[in-house]
Design a binder for this molecule. Structure first.
Ligand code: GTP
Ligand code: MG
Length: 237
């Protein structure tokens, strides 16, 4: 199975202004420059779908991409942990990301991207912990696999899993990708299509119901602080 089409729809700074849909949505998050936008382009088979850059800090907003005529959506998010942004800006981006992750009910799975070359980073491990505390369904996607040989890549992934198992009872789904070499696309799409099917058949993934129950309070609190700080939706990619 493959996608039929992919089209950029809109960019927002506030999750409440994102498209009013009732279809599954999959978002990509991770440190700046990890390859989120490139991965969206690989899945969409169009290198101009999402804007990419060699410099970190390219994606600034919540970007929605309409897949298969609106049957599901992909979402490109700003990266986290970009030091050159300064504290105020980092907090502002943190609010955009947090608002979306906790508030967007359509979010079916958050793909957390990790550069396969790096040792486990504190900022990523803390982010995963925060997702766990908030019951957000997620999967891990290792990026830039072409930068390491197959064996070295497999060793890195095995090491990462060991670190995760120190604090997690179970591992989330793990994917290994290269947007450069176009690898890992089928695996990611199969996973997305399997979740789409579950939802279409009315079997809302259990994990999603848990998310709602656990995060209702958090969302309310998040909404309060967002109203105070919310920005206008900016139509820019
Ligand atoms: N070799 C290699 N380079 C990659 C791969 N994926 C992305 N890159 C490069 O990494 C850089 C950053 O890619 P982006 O897709 O813009 O990264 P991003 O995570 O969207 O970054 P921000 O929007 O700034 O947070 C670009 O120069 C890409 O060409 C990959 O699989 N292999
Ligand atoms: Mg980007």
């Amino acid at each position: 199975m493959d996608i039929k089409n992919a089209k950029y729809e809109i960019s927002n700074a506030d999750y409440k202004k994102c498209p009013a849909t009732n279809v599954p949505e999959y978002a990509f998050i991770g440190r700046s420059n990890v390859g989120k936008s490139s991965l969206i382009n690989m899945i969409g088979k169009n290198k101009n779908l999402a804007k990419t850059s060699q410099k970190p800090g390219k994606t600034l907003l919540i970007n929605h991409f309409k897949m298969d005529n609106g049957a599901w959506y992909l979402v490109d998010l700003p990266g986290y942990g970009y030091a050159a942004r300064g504290k105020d800006q980092r907090q502002q981006f943190g609010k955009i990301i947090q608002g979306y992750i906790l508030g967007r009910e359509q979010l079916t799975c958050l793909f957390v991207l990790i550069d396969i070359r790096h040792e486990p980073q504190k900022i990523d491990l803390e982010f995963l912990r925060w997702l766990g505390e908030n019951g957000v369904p997620f999967a891990i996607v290792f990026t830039k696999a072409d930068k390491l040989g197959t064996n070295a890549g497999a060793a890195k992934v095995a090491d990462y899993k060991k670190v995760l198992l120190k604090e997690w009872e179970e591992l989330p789904p793990v994917f290994v990708t290269s947007s450069e070499k176009k690898t890992g696309r089928d695996e990611l799409l199969n996973y997305i299509f399997s979740l789409n099917k579950e939802i279409a058949e009315g079997e809302k993934p259990v994990i999603e119901e848990e998310l709602k129950a656990e995060s209702d309070q958090q969302v309310d609190e998040g909404k309060k602080s967002e109203v105070e700080t919310s920005e206008k939706g900016v139509e820019e990619k």
